[in-house]
Design a protein around this ligand. Structure first.
Ligand code: ACO
Length: 324
């Protein structure tokens, strides 16, 4: 018995921004970006492609695959940190767009780990309310939070959305277990201010604007160590050997983080799904986009053991195991 993914969907903006395009914005080169990050191009939102709109399209595709109608959805959980409004939540906008009148909806902000945290919340909800159906969506338009003059960060991120439909089934498959962590003491290695306060008592004179700021090298070191520990810990706890994993879908941050992680884990590289070259780091959307691509490419067979892991601002990180 377990929380099963009935369907997956994703949505990417039309516009592509290549490394050569970035050469015109900041002092960088295709060669530098490719060798340091593995990213060639990324998608950038335009009109009609806000986070809730990308998320809505991804959700419709996931529901179509799951053969689930919108009236059957009881809960919508959205992982994002780049909605066009702080309130109402992105989830409420998606609920409105879908016409999901029977669903309640809320957002989760765990930065790049958002989808994993939202999936865990959905899983826990369904273990209690077993006859419900849930949409879990990761959607981001980080292009709206990027300082396009900062070459340290603007080369990394991209926009997109992915979604899954969850249901609890009396079958020997679904979410096996999760291992999630946060460490707020390290907030200042990767962060983004909210809009400045209009309360004069709470002025933030050092607020540089709503942009992502990052100590790249530190993030790199923590990301590899933290994901490795979370995964090894989870496998030991569940008494599962690394060789039993059929497919690993890591958060697509950058190729060097992934290569280092893969070599430290000792997992066969061919079992690791990578699409960071096409989309860059889409934060909370990266895992559900990759999951949907892997699913539609036929990389996932019934009974396969899937490992997902992520790391992001907060810091937040973790790993989950799913029996497909
Ligand atoms: N183009 C050309 N040169 C650049 C660029 C650029 N875009 N950015 C930095 N440089 C220069 C620097 O100025 C520096 O020059 P200097 O030696 O003359 O001072 C040199 O390149 C090396 O800079 P570093 O920052 O040390 O480069 P590094 O090899 O660490 O690569 C990077 C930077 C790619 C950001 C790396 O640290 C990294 O991948 N960190 C992880 C960050 C990440 O993935 N964050 C996403 C959010 S968290 C997550 O999703 C896991």
């Amino acid at each position: 018995m377990g929380t099963v993914i009935l369907g997956t969907g994703s949505c990417l903006p039309e516009k592509r921004l290549s490394n050569h395009d970035l050469e015109k914005l900041v002092e960088t080169s295709d060669e530098w970006i490719l060798s340091r990050t593995g990213i060639s191009t990324r998608r950038i939102s335009g009109k009609g492609e806000e986070a809730f709109q990308l998320g809505t399209t991804a959700a419709r595709k996931a529901m179509a695959m799951a053969n689930v109608s919108v009236d059957e959805i009881d809960l919508i959980i959205v992982a994002t940190m780049s909605s066009h409004m702080t309130m109402p939540s992105c989830a409420c906008f998606i609920q409105k767009e879908l016409g999901a009148d029977n669903a309640f909806a809320y957002d989760v902000n765990a930065a790049c780990s958002g989808f994993l945290f939202a999936l865990d919340s959905g899983d826990k909800f369904l273990r209690v309310e077993q006859n419900k159906k849930i949409l879990v969506i990761g959607t981001e338009t980080l292009s709206s939070r990027t300082d396009w003059k900062d070459r340290n960060t603007c080369i990394l991120f991209g926009d997109g959305a992915g979604a899954v439909v969850l249901e609890y089934k009396e079958e020997e498959r679904g979410v096996v277990a999760s291992n999630l962590f946060s460490d707020g003491t390290l907030w200042n290695l990767l962060y983004m201010h909210a809009a400045s306060s209009s309360n004069p008592e709470l002025e933030q004179p050092d607020n540089p604007g709503v942009h992502i700021l990052m100590e790249g090298r530190e993030v790199f070191k923590y990301a590899v160590k933290a994901m490795e520990a979370a995964i090894n810990d989870l496998l030991i706890r569940e008494n599962i050997e690394m060789d039993s994993i059929d497919l690993m879908i890591p958060h697509q941050a950058n190729i060097r983080i992934l290569k280092k992680l893969v070599s430290r884990l000792g997992i066969n590289q061919e079992k690791v799904f990578i699409n960071v070259q096409k989309y860059g780091n889409t934060s909370a959307a990266s895992i559900p986009i990759a999951l949907d691509e892997a699913n539609r490419e036929g990389r996932l067979k019934r009974g396969d053991l899937l490992l997902v892991c992520s790391f992001g601002g907060g810091f937040t990180w973790g790993a989950s195991l799913l029996r497909w």
